[in-house]
Structure formats: structure tokens, C-alpha cells
Design a protein around this ligand. Structure first.
Ligand code: PEP
Ligand code: MG
Length: 625
């Protein structure tokens, strides 16, 4: 159960230490939209897309991303001196801020820890860097923001490329200082204010890609609100795994909401209520109370097998992002890991993790869960998951670009280190490897050739590994479905990545809130693609799982099982409700639903029927709907 020990119960709900988060927060549970009464004095209701259930209330902190919107324009010749003055003021303000932080750290932790800020101060005084910036302003007539960020960017890239740990760390200092300078130029607080938060808050941002969420002190975050995004954006996936409410697609919340405003966030219905009245708080308190019963029911099934009411066994696994999730997997009642998203090890750091670091992380998970399987997916950087130190050029269509296996095959040193780390970890548990974004046979062949080469090296070095480690592929590109027979002959398992399969098949960007209504897991085309994949897998005697978000949604679980899926891998927090539903489901009903769906011509009627079945067999998951 999430949230830690209960510390207080109020009319609003049951809160946990140390974050004050409401602990009864089950993402599968849908409540009938509360109809906010516009006449309640002082309340303001804003609607978005609900992506992670639960309710929280607290102060808003609006994150401004100075770096994402760096103004760039030519300045008139006469204005160069005032532009230089403006930059100098921003540099002075930044210096004051850094000195302030340094003083606080020194009094709390001692001079040694505070000395790390000396490097930040040095950046602000670096004559070569500042000369270059001034030249861009006075000679090229570039505005201060663009000039500073261009020069700093050039320095960061050069530092990050040097083969010296100390110098590479300086790239991080440069990034931090640059962000502060840009925020000061823009006259606003930067995301650097976040770590200084003293109380739990609701984070509001234009976007919260993993590179940013990785920096958040999760204990201080009650919920997420973003302008952009959809149900399968990685902000949404993270919120569900943290069991905190999230509402995305609010279009301009980060511009209209203000830090310090008090709000209630309803992740069930996708609404944010500013200045909620006592009546509203009371009503939400009632909803939370109802979850106490459900919590007990879910706890009851935790240690029971994932077997349908009529005796069909399925494998129910969890999705993880690192060794920190081990306890969550164990508490969830999952039977191992169906998807280890390794890219999170690469995000928010100055340099990529070494082979040894990766090995230690994979080994921890493999050992802790042994003999349960741990499926480690090789690096899926790109799309909406970028590591700031990895030099990936900005692309027009990053989801169609240099991503995942495409990146790895062109960066053999990175791929090789990961393959060796995974192989070494395979000696310590039931490790399997899985390649993301396979679009054709060639990628599988090349990846396997590299895997074989790594095995050969390890053999020569006398390092232990499991030579028979299973290799699988993610099926998340329509072309992979259509060549599934060829793939199935060469691998031990398939795992369908429905998040991407849906976006690529329906041509619906999974992050774009304007077309989120077209992102339809029940679309007949998607169901047929799943069916084709499962059939190809079974024809060749291998198993087929689903690790996309469809597997975490009790509404779609009967459909997937009816289509013959053998394994479901859900966010750890959502394993209990999925198991609860599976144990009430008859396979015959699931097959009937799948047959109906495969004959259907429209997703809306499939969804309706899937919702009806899920509600009939597990009404407590859908109370009040
Ligand atoms: C998917 O695409 O369904 C998947 C599980 O991978 P990711 O969400 O990390 O792209
Ligand atoms: Mg994917």
C-alpha cells in the first residue's frame, strides 16, 4: 500500500506521512464526474485530461522552463549597451542567489558540501565565456538570452565530451548556472526553485518530460498538472507509478495559474478546482472514504495467483524504472518484472552510467526478485525521453526519429556497455532481454550480433553470464506486427507496447492533447494488430505479453486476455486492481468480448461493452460510476 504510515484522518480523507498525500488512490477507479457547482463562491474549475487517479489538495508551484522558451531576436544597434547591462544585472542576481544557497548549505551541512557552489560562481566570472557572450551581443546584435545560452551550450557540449569525470561534472554546473541566468533574464523563478520546496505541492508545468521529473523531490510532489500530454505520455506513466493524481492537456495552465494558489486536484475526472469551498472538500472526503473498503479487498488478493474465475492462469508482472521500485513490485503481488525501462538510469545526470553501474543496478533487481523473471529492455532514449548529456539533435518528429534500437545500433559503445551489463546480471537471477522499437528483421539481427559479440568477450574474460538468456522484442510498430512470423522464429517472447503501437498505427502523437480523443485503444485496427501478434507468437510456440498502459487498465484487461495474451505487465501500483479483476473474470466471457470486438467496426461500441463487462464483474473498482 502506498503512502507510508497513516498520520491523520480529516473530513477530507486519510493522509500519510511524510508527504500528506491521500493514500487511497487507485488509478483504475473511476468516479462519476462530480459536477462542480459554478455558483460555489470563489471556486474556479478547470478541466483537462485525467491520466492518474486520486485526489490531492495543496499549493501550486508553477514551473517555468526558461530553457524551453529562450527568446531569440536581433537587437537594434543602439540597444546593445542596455542589453549588456541587462545581462550583467542577471549575472549579479544569479551570483547573489548562488551565494545565498551556498550560505544555507554551509550552515546546514558544512563548508565542504557548500564548496561545490564555488564551481557555479566560477562559471559566472569566466572571462572567456563572458567575452564570447558580449561579442555575440555587440557584434552579432543577438539578445542576451540567446547569446548566453548559445555560448554556454557550446561549453557544455565540449565539457561533456571530455574523457575526464571531473570536467564532465562541470557540464552539470554550467547547465545549472545557465538555467538560473536565463530565469533571471526572464525575471522569473526557474525549476531550480523546486528542490528548495519546504512543503508538498502540486506541480504545474507546460510539460514534464522525464528529464525534468527525474529532478523533482518526489516526496514534495502531491500531483502534476501540465498544459500538454496524453494518457501514455511519460508524465502520466510516472504519476500512475508514484500513485499521485495527474491532469494533463490543460493547454495554458502554466500561463494562467500562479504559484501559491490553493487548489484541489481531481485525477479521477481531470479537474483542478481553485479555492475549493468547504462543501467541495467535504464531498471529496466522502469519495476518499469509500476507498477504504476497496483497499482491504485489494490487499486480500495480493498474495493470490492471477488466475481467472474459471481457472486460466496468466502471468501478471510489473513495470519498473530501477532498483528503487523493487519494494513496490514485491508489495504489489506481481510475479516479476515485465518491463524494466532502463533509460531512466541515463536521465538527469552529467554522464551516462558506466557498464559497472548498470550491472549493479540490474543485478540488484534480478537478485531481489529471483527466481521471478526480470525483463530488461535495452535503452529506449528518444521520443519524449532524452538525457540532456546525450547529444541527440533536435528533430521534427522525435517519435519517428533517432530513438531506441536505432540509436543503440548507431552508438555501439553505449549499446555494448548495456548489453554486457545485462549479460553479467543474468548470472544473478532470471534475466531476459528485450529490444524496443524493432521495425524489421535487420535490427533484430544486428542487435543479436552485438549481443553475441559481447558474450564472446565475456567468455574470453572469464566473466559469468547466462548463455541461454531469453531474447524478446517489443511489438510496437505496425511493421513488426506484419512480420511477426519472421520475428517469432528468432525470439523467445513478444511484448506488445500498446502505447507506441497505438500512436504509430493511428498516427496520433501520444503527447498531443489536441488529438488525445483519437488515441483509441479499442479501435478495431488496434485489436486486430494485437490478435495478429498473438497468433503469430503462438504459431511459433512463444508467449506474448502486453507491457503498454492497456495492460494496467481493468477495462481493457478482459479484451487482451480474450485475444489470447499470455502476460500482462502493469505499473506496480496498478497490479492489485488488475489481479482483482482477473480473479473475477471468466475466460469464456473474455473470449466472447474479443470475438465481438474483432467483428466490430467501431471502437466506441467495443469500449462500451468492455466497460460493461469490467463493471459487472468488479463493480467495486468502478463505484459511483
Ligand atoms: C509502449 O510503447 O507501450 C511501451 C511500453 O514503451 P514506452 O511507453 O516506454 O514507450
Ligand atoms: Mg514504447
Amino acid at each position: 500500500m502506498a503512502g507510508g504510515p497513516v498520520i491523520w484522518i480529516s473530513s477530507f480523507g486519510i493522509f500519510s506521512a511524510p508527504t500528506g498525500i491521500l493514500i487511497f488512490n487507485f488509478a483504475c477507479v473511476r468516479y462519476s464526474p462530480r459536477v462542480p457547482d459554478a455558483t460555489r463562491t470563489g471556486e474556479k474549475v478547470i478541466r483537462g485530461i485525467p491520466v492518474s487517479a486520486g485526489v490531492c489538495r495543496g499549493r501550486l508551484v508553477v514551473m517555468t522552463d526558461a530553457a524551453a522558451s529562450i527568446p531569440r531576436h536581433e537587437i537594434p544597434a543602439l540597444a546593445t549597451q542596455s542589453e549588456i547591462d541587462r545581462l550583467e544585472q542577471a549575472l549579479m542576481a544569479t551570483r547573489q542567489q548562488v551565494l545565498g544557497v551556498q550560505a544555507k548549505v554551509e550552515s546546514a551541512m558544512g563548508a565542504k558540501d557548500a564548496s561545490i557552489f564555488d564551481a557555479h560562481l566560477l562559471v559566472l566570472e569566466d572571462p572567456t565565456l563572458l567575452d564570447e557572450v558580449m561579442k555575440l551581443i555587440s557584434e552579432k546584435r543577438l539578445n542576451a538570452e540567446a547569446a548566453f545560452s548559445d555560448v554556454a551550450d557550446h561549453y557544455m557540449k565540449s565539457l561533456a565530451a571530455v574523457d575526464d569525470d571531473y570536467l564532465r561534472e562541470r557540464a552539470t554546473d554550467m547547465r545549472d548556472v545557465t538555467s538560473r541566468v536565463l530565469a533571471n533574464l526572464a525575471g522569473r523563478a526557474s525549476e531550480h526553485e523546486l528542490p528548495k520546496l519546504r512543503e508538498p505541492c502540486i506541480i504545474v508545468a507546460h510539460d514534464l518530460p522525464p528529464s525534468k521529473t527525474a529532478q523533482l523531490d518526489k516526496k514534495m510532489v502531491l500531483g502534476f498538472v501540465t498544459d500538454v500530454g496524453g494518457k501514455t505520455s511519460h508524465t502520466a506513466i510516472l504519476a500512475r507509478s508514484l500513485q499521485i493524481p495527474a491532469v494533463v492537456g490543460l493547454k495554458n495552465a502554466s500561463r494562467t495559474l500562479e504559484s501559491g494558489q490553493y487548489a484541489l486536484l481531481d485525477g479521477y475526472n481531470g479537474i483542478i478546482i481553485l479555492n475549493p469551498t468547504d462543501q467541495t472538500l467535504f464531498e471529496y472526503g466522502q469519495i476518499v472514504r469509500k476507498q477504504v473498503d476497496l483497499a482491504a479487498k485489494l490487499q486480500d488478493v495480493r498474495d493470490k495467483p492471477a488466475v481467472t474465475f474459471d481457472g486460466a492462469s496468466i502471468t501478471l508482472s510489473a513495470n519498473v524504472e530501477g532498483a528503487d521500485d523493487i519494494e513496490l513490485v514485491k508489495d504489489s503481488g506481481a510475479e516479476g518484472v515485465g518491463l524494466f525501462r532502463t533509460e531512466y538510469l541515463f536521465i538527469n545526470r552529467a554522464v551516462s552510467p558506466t557498464e559497472e553501474e548498470q550491472f549493479q543496478e540490474y543485478r540488484k533487481v534480478a537478485e531481489a526478485l529471483n527466481p521471478q523473471p526480470v525483463i530488461i529492455r535495452t535503452l529506449d532514449l528518444g521520443g519524449d525521453k532524452f538525457a540532456s548529456h546525450v547529444d541527440v539533435p533536435k528533430e521534427m518528429n522525435p517519435f519517428l526519429g533517432w530513438r531506441a534500437i536505432r540509436y543503440c545500433l548507431q552508438e555501439p559503445a553505449v549499446f555494448r556497455a548495456q548489453l554486457r551489463a545485462i549479460l553479467r546480471a543474468s548470472a544473478f537471477g532470471n534475466v531476459k532481454i528485450m529490444y524496443p522499437m524493432i521495425s524489421g528483421l535487420q535490427e533484430l539481427t544486428e542487435a543479436n550480433a552485438m549481443l553475441d559479440a559481447c558474450k564472446e568477450e565475456l567468455r574470453r574474460e572469464g566473466v559469468a553470464f547466462n548463455d541461454a538468456m531469453d531474447v524478446g522484442v517489443m511489438i510496437e510498430i505496425p511493421s513488426a506486427v506484419l512480420i511477426a512470423d519472421a520475428l517469432a522464429k528468432r525470439v523467445k517472447f513478444f511484448s506488445i507496447g500498446t502505447n507506441d503501437l497505438i500512436q504509430y498505427s493511428l498516427a496520433v502523437d501520444r503527447l498531443n492533447e489536441r488529438i488525445a480523443h483519437l488515441y483509441d485503444p479499442a479501435h478495431p485496427a488496434i485489436l486486430r494488430l494485437i490478435q495478429l501478434t498473438v497468433e503469430a507468437a503462438h504459431r511459433h510456440g512463444i508467449w506474448c505479453g502486453v507491457c503498454g498502459e492497456m495492460a494496467s487498465d481493468p477495462v481493457f484487461v478482459p479484451l487482451l486476455l480474450g485475444l489470447g495474451v499470455d502476460e500482462l505487465s502493469a505499473a506496480g501500483a496498478l497490479v492489485p486492481p488488475v489481479k482483482f479483476l482477473v480473479r473475477r473474470l471468466k475466460m469464456a466471457e473474455a473470449k466472447e468480448l474479443a470475438a465481438f470486438a474483432l467483428n466490430s467496426e467501431n471502437g466506441a461500441e467495443v469500449l462500451k461493452r468492455a466497460q460493461q463487462l469490467a463493471r459487472d464483474i468488479a463493480p467495486s473498482l468502478f463505484e459511483n460510476q
